[in-house]
Each structure stands twice: as C-alpha cells, then as structure tokens.
Design a protein. Structure first.
Length: 471
C-alpha cells in the first residue's frame, strides 16, 4: 500500500532529522555556538540533510534488507566543546534522541491502543477487517518502531563514523585514533557487508531488535507485515526520492551556502558555475578523505567552464592549502585576487600560504589587505595574531586576539593564545585569568598548558598549579 510506504519514509526521515538535532543541541550546550548559525537548531530538514545520504540511500537500504542506514549529518566544531565528556555526550545525544522517538512511536502498543488480531496472528486481511480507521498504518507504525530500535543498536556500534565510536573516540590514544581514522572510509561498507553476508551477525542484530520491540509491545508479525507493505511500493518511492533529490540540489539553501563557503562567493548566481556549486558538498567530502587531486580536478573543470569567475580559483587555493601544497595555493589565490581583488578571502588565503612559505612580511601585508576589505572574520584576526606571535610581537598579537574574542567570545583558542602572550610579557595575573577562561571553555587546554613553555614563569605559582589539577 502506497500510504504505508509514504508514512514509513516520511516518519523515518523526520526521525533522522531529530537524531541530528540531538547532536546539535548538545553541541550547543557544550560550547559550539556555530551550530545555531548553521541552522541546525531549527529542525529544518534542509539544514542538515544530504539528499543522497538522507533520502536515496536510506530508501535503498530499507528496500534491500530493512536496515536503517544513518543518513543526515551535522558538522560539529569539536575544538569548541568543553572537554572530552562533552564530545562523548554529543555523540551519545543522537542515539538517545532516536531511542526517544522509538518510545513515542511505541506508546500505542505499550498502552494497548493497537487493535488485536482476530486470528491470533497478523495478516493484511486482519488489518482490513479492523474497525479502526487507516488500519494498515498500524503495520507501518510497528515497522517504524523496529527501524528506530535497529537504528539505535547500529548507531551504538563502535565503528567509525557511527556514534558508538564517537562516544569512545575522545578517550582513545591519539595514535590509535589516527590508525582507526585512516580506515574509517571503508568501515561502513564492511559493516553492512557483514550484516548481509554473515547469518550469525544478522541474526544477532535482529534478535536484539525483536527482543526490545517485543518488550515495547510491538508484535513481530505486525512489524514484518509493515515491512512487506513498504517494499511493495519501494521502487516508486525511490523514483520519487530521486526527483525530490534533483529539485533540492538545485534549490536548497544548504547547497548554496556550502558553495558560498568553498567559492567564497558573492551570492551572485552564474549559470556557468551551477554544477560547481552543486558539487560543493562532494568537495567537502573529497577534502575530508584527503582525495585532493580529485577535488582539484573538479575545480579545473569549473575554471574551464567559467574562466571569468574567481570562485573556482579560491576553492582551488583552499584545497592546496589543506594539502600543504603552499606554492600552488599561493598561485591559485593570486589568480582569484586578479579576478576579484575586493574579496577578502583571497588575501586571507594568500597570507596563510605565504606564512607557510616562510615569507612573514609578505604574509602580514596580505593579512592587512584582507582586513581592509573585511574585519568581521574572527579567524582572520586569529591567524594574523599567530603570525605576529611567531615574530615575537606579543603586544600586537594581544590586539589581534582581543579583536577575535570580541567577534567570537566563546572560542577557547583565542583566550589561550591571549594567555600565552600575557605570560611572555610578564603579566602573570592577566595570563592566569585568560588561561582560566580558556580551560573553562575547553578542558583540553589544561593538558596543553602543563607542557607549554610559554607558561614556564607561572609553574610555581599556586594559581597555576590549581588550574592544572584535573577536576
């Protein structure tokens, strides 16, 4: 029945959004205020869903094996979270939200509101004979509870990038984290391959799911009937999802904003760059996976299509910078500046490349060029301050940190850098105040400060020693 398929898919996608909302809400409480600016606290699905991973892929997995694929994604700035406990809490929040959704959906069964089978087992004729309206939706609801329970169990597996691994990751040694992350791109493929091809693993998962669903009052036969009804219309629903995906990719503000970030954009639409802007999230993925050559190739295609636009050059420079190919980054930023000299991002990127190329005076001039065009980017002030710190111009660094903090007061790094400069200038009281603020915002800086030579003059002070004690 089409109504069953639509009901299951819509509620499932809504539950995925609630899952990601849980991550974002706890991240906001933990210190990452950027989730609010990104729209993750609005419960607008377009703010944190990817049409491929949140619409098409979950539907395919549901059709093939009834496996609830984790779909949407929010991007958390872990550096702004106040310590490891908050990082683990952010990862745990998603499965807890999914568990809450499962409990809410199971309430009608838990409270015995669902119709009883007249034959002792469930079949479609039983549902159609039920006096309750829209009776087939009971099968859909039972299937949804099973999906939510399965989603919780799968997400809690300690496999990257699932939330179970995210809970453990902050507590693992750095060398182990690095080794695990190297193989994380293959872990989901391996996991679902095991679930599909190893009967014992599949049986263990679904035995656990059935046990929990049964405890919630959901009949296993009714859930299976819901899955069967869902699959009858799965192909049509998949085609509909593909159409929706195509529409959303062209109209969604999420894609426009992502393209604006990568290209640095002015907000002016150029049809020759439509394909480049639509691939912005794919560029993000490629860079995260360190597939820099493929990302550069996409930029080169965009440059060929729109040689008069600066955005592909700006993006190319950003990618080269990530890849630590600084001379090539500098050349790309120079091209972007030649095409759009008033965009501050080109000058900012140029300064970062020059700094890495050991050309501090030229880098400082580019930082100043960027600030002449735009002063409201805290990272610009912070990066300029880092260069001045390298030049041992600590008073000027303090000025940059102060500007950065005025724009982003809850950034622990800015307060920590400010503390370092005051300590180096002999202002112990101010240094300790700033360090205390940095640790309050992110407990990671407590461990960093213990071995930071900038605080050597403070090591014997009671206040510093008290700050260094773990709480």
């Amino acid at each position: 029945m089409l109504i069953v398929a639509l009901f299951v898919f819509v509620v499932w996608i809504a539950s995925v959004c609630l899952h990601e909302f849980g991550h974002a809400l706890v991240a906001y409480w933990g210190g990452d205020r950027s989730v609010k600016d990104k729209g993750y606290l609005t419960l607008n699905p377009l703010k944190y869903t990817d049409v491929g991973t949140s619409l098409v892929m979950p539907l395919i997995f549901l059709m093939l094996g009834g496996i609830p694929l984790p779909g949407a994604a929010v991007y958390i700035d872990a550096s702004k979270l106040r310590g490891r406990l908050w990082k683990s809490a952010v990862s745990l929040a998603g499965p807890l939200m999914t568990a809450l959704v499962a409990l809410v959906l199971a309430l009608p069964f838990w409270l015995d509101w669902a119709p009883a089978s007249p034959t002792g087992g469930w079949s479609l004729p039983d549902l159609l004979r039920s006096p309750l309206p829209f009776s087939p939706l009971w099968a859909a609801l039972a299937f949804l509870v099973t999906l939510e329970v399965a989603g919780v169990l799968i997400n809690l597996l300690p496999v990257p990038p699932l939330d179970g691994y995210g809970i453990l990751e902050p507590w693992l040694p750095e060398t182990l984290r690095h080794q695990v992350n190297r193989w994380s791109r293959y872990s989901m493929i391996a996991l679902f391959a095991i679930l599909w091809t190893v009967p014992a693993a599949n049986r263990a998962l679904w035995d656990g799911v059935d046990a929990i669903a049964s405890w919630l009052g959901v009949p296993a036969e009714l859930s299976w009937l819901g899955y069967s009804l869902f699959r009858q219309w799965g192909t049509i629903l998949l085609l509909g999802a593909l159409v929706v995906a195509a529409i959303v990719m062209r109209r969604s503000p999420q894609f426009q904003n992502s393209a604006h970030y990568w290209g640095g954009g002015t907000g002016k639409r150029d049809p020759s760059l439509d394909r480049f802007h639509a691939s912005a999230q794919y560029l993000n993925y490629l860079v995260e996976q360190q597939r820099y050559d493929r990302a550069i190739a996409l930029c080169d295609q965009a440059i060929k299509s729109a040689p008069h636009r600066y955005e592909p050059w700006q993006t190319k420079g950003n990618i080269f910078l990530k890849a630590e190919r600084y001379a090539e980054a500098l050349a790309a930023y120079d091209q972007a500046i030649a095409l759009e000299p008033d965009f501050y991002g080109g000058h900012h990127g140029r300064a970062l490349a020059l700094q890495q190329l050991q050309q501090p005076q030229a880098a400082l001039a580019s930082f100043d060029d960027a600030l002449q065009r735009y002063e409201a980017d805290p990272s610009l002030w912070s990066n300029r301050g880092s260069l001045l710190y390298e030049l041992q111009r600590y008073e000027d660094t303090i000025d940059c940190c102060t500007h950065a903090i005025a724009l982003e007061p809850d950034n622990a790094l800015f307060h920590y850098n400010l503390a370092c400069c005051h300590a180096l200038l002999g202002d112990s009281e101010t240094a300790l105040d700033c360090l205390n603020r940095a640790i309050a915002l992110n407990d990671l800086y407590r461990a960093i400060a213990k071995t930071d030579p900038d605080f050597n003059t403070l090591h014997q002070t009671p206040t510093f020693q008290a700050l260094m004690r773990d709480t």
